[in-house]
Design a protein around this ligand. Structure first.
Ligand code: HEM
Length: 178
């Protein structure tokens, strides 16, 4: 696998992702303009789809790190993990997080005027999840430069954090306990 091939296919993945986002934005705008009264449930559906994609990536990335730690530096396996991690972050995790925030904040404003203890607690939990996102993005860079120092056990533990935050967030928004 050459660096040039990597760049080409990453470029293609980015192009497909950009087209996907443009199509989504156009469809969302059309929906909003033609049926503003039924837009709320559509926005919620897009929010949940984005949440599922974000969580899938946040659960998979630390798992990739666990296997990456075990691959010898400079080996074909290690280089393949680098490509997988970079693509997962850029093509799935980053855009999914952005959509989750955009639609989540819109729902919070339109549906609840940013009021409610459950909403404030949820936003706090999502901020923690976003902080973890930043930490994992930094780790992708470190792995890319063969500078990761953390053992597999560390990444196994990190792998549990998004699961715990997701459970708290879903209970807060569905049960709305306070
Ligand atoms: C980025 C910050 C976020 C904000 C401001 C936000 C806000 C909201 C709001 C206001 C709703 C509508 C609730 C209703 O109509 O009853 C909603 C729905 C939902 N959110 Fe979020 N959200 C965010 C991120 C997340 C994340 C990270 C997750 C999961 C890990 C999540 C999971 C859900 C689910 C499952 C629903 C549907 C709940 C239902 O229909 O009962 N949200 N969100």
């Amino acid at each position: 696998m050459t660096g040039k091939n990597d760049d080409n296919s990453t470029g293609q993945a980015m192009k497909r992702m950009t087209i996907g986002i443009v199509v989504l934005v156009v469809l969302t705008a059309l929906l909003y303009l033609t049926a503003p009264d039924s837009f709320y449930p559509w926005a919620k559906a897009i929010h949940v789809i984005a949440v599922i994609s974000w969580m899938a990536g946040m659960l998979y990335l630390p798992r990739l790190f666990v296997y990456h730690v075990e691959a010898e530096k400079g080996s074909v396996q290690s280089e393949t993990f680098k490509v997988m991690e970079r693509r997962l972050l850029r093509a799935i995790i980053n855009p999914a997080m952005t959509l989750t925030w955009v639609f989540g904040l819109w729902l919070a404003w339109k549906g609840f005027g940013f009021q409610g203890g459950w909403l404030h607690a949820k936003i706090l939990a999502v901020l923690l999840l976003s902080g973890l996102h930043g930490y994992l993005a930094g780790a992708v860079r470190k792995f890319a430069e063969d500078r990761n120092e953390k053992p597999a056990r560390h990444w196994r533990i990190v792998n549990e954090i998004p699961t715990l935050l997701m459970i708290v967030i879903v209970i807060l928004v569905v049960v709305k306990p306070f």
